[in-house]
Design a protein around this ligand. Structure first.
Ligand code: ADP
Ligand code: MG
Length: 285
């Protein structure tokens, strides 16, 4: 078993009715699910056991559940409500986010005002700070993994997908290359990294929130990796000339090649651009 014997006694279908598909990932499918007891709606991430080939795959799912139990009582994390296991699947019942991925919202809107970008970004840094304080690194921070609770302008952001997360404590070095090519930190590509790699990914997200374009790009994965390792920042192409110096400073601090020089999540929250009464302008970019 993946979740342990105790979890096999209760059956998913005695408690939830699955509806439409909300999304697909590497291991499974996420459905809308209705709780039969109270008619409330949730998301059900159903992971196909047939796709769990290696022991590492199984451990990844076990860690995802463990990590969710450890950190998901935060208002900006999609909460793990319950879990089930049958011969074919592991099912995770999660708080439902109806607003879709932040990535799609960025595409729809192009970019955000600096104020809106700062509001979103502060939330992201807060939730990453929460994880890091509890000794967990996400390792796949990107706009696809931030979901919105609904379609309104003031929907809340929820971090999801802890499938690649890792336990981390000061001094620990990791070497497995994981993540997504646009967001991966240079030291991850060099196979020697710590929790600072999440801060780099946050920097890439901030660059995209402000400009609509990824800072490091290329025609294929190896070109993108080359661009990441070079780490040259373009602040010349529009809309960058119109963006405040404080916002650019925030991006620059995060996208520093020297991982030790990057601010931690709690340090970053003190940055003037991110402080609640901050300097971020509320005009369209
Ligand atoms: P994987 O680990 O396989 O990448 P994810 O956890 O990222 O799976 O889920 C895949 C997709 O399903 C997400 O990108 C998102 O579109 C959707 N999804 C995941 N969790 C939820 C949720 N709690 N509410 C709504 N949609 C979700
Ligand atoms: Mg995912």
């Amino acid at each position: 078993t993946v979740l342990g014997e105790a979890k096999k006694k209760e059956k998913l279908k005695d408690h939830y009715r699955l509806g439409q598909v909300l999304g697909k990932g590497a291991f499974g499918v996420v459905y809308e699910a209705t709780c039969l007891d109270d008619n409330r709606q949730y998301a059900c991430k159903s992971i196909s056991k047939a796709k769990l080939v290696t022991r590492e795959d199984v451990e990844d799912i076990q860690r995802e559940v463990e990590v969710l139990n450890l950190i998901s009582d935060h208002e900006n994390i999609a909460e793990l409500i319950d879990s089930y296991e049958d011969p074919q699947h592991v099912h995770l019942i999660l708080e439902l986010c109806r607003g879709g991925e932040l990535f799609d919202r960025i595409i729809e809107q192009g970019t955000f005002t600096e104020r809106k970008a700062a509001d979103h970004f502060r939330t992201m840094v807060l939730v990453v700070d929460h994880m890091h304080q509890l000794g967990v690194m996400h390792r796949d921070i990107k706009p696809e993994n931030f979901l919105l609770t609904d379609k309104t302008q003031d929907a809340m952001l929820k971090l999801c997908d802890f499938g690649l997360s890792a336990y981390w404590k000061p001094g620990m070095r990791l070497s497995t290359i994981v993540g997504s090519c646009y967001y991966v930190a240079p030291e991850v590509l060099r196979r020697d990294y710590g929790v600072e790699a999440d801060m780099w990914s946050l920097g890439v997200m901030l660059y995209i929130l402000l400009s609509g374009l990824p800072p490091f790009w290329g025609d294929d994965e190896s070109q993108i990796f080359k661009s990441v390792l070079k780490a040259e920042l373009d602040f010349v192409t529009p809309p960058w000339p119109k963006i405040s110096a404080a916002a650019k400073d925030c991006v620059r601090q995060l996208l520093t090649v020297q991982a030790q020089s990057r601010p931690s999540a709690s340090e970053l929250l003190q940055h003037p651009w991110l402080r609640s009464q901050g300097v971020a302008a509320d005009k369209p970019l």
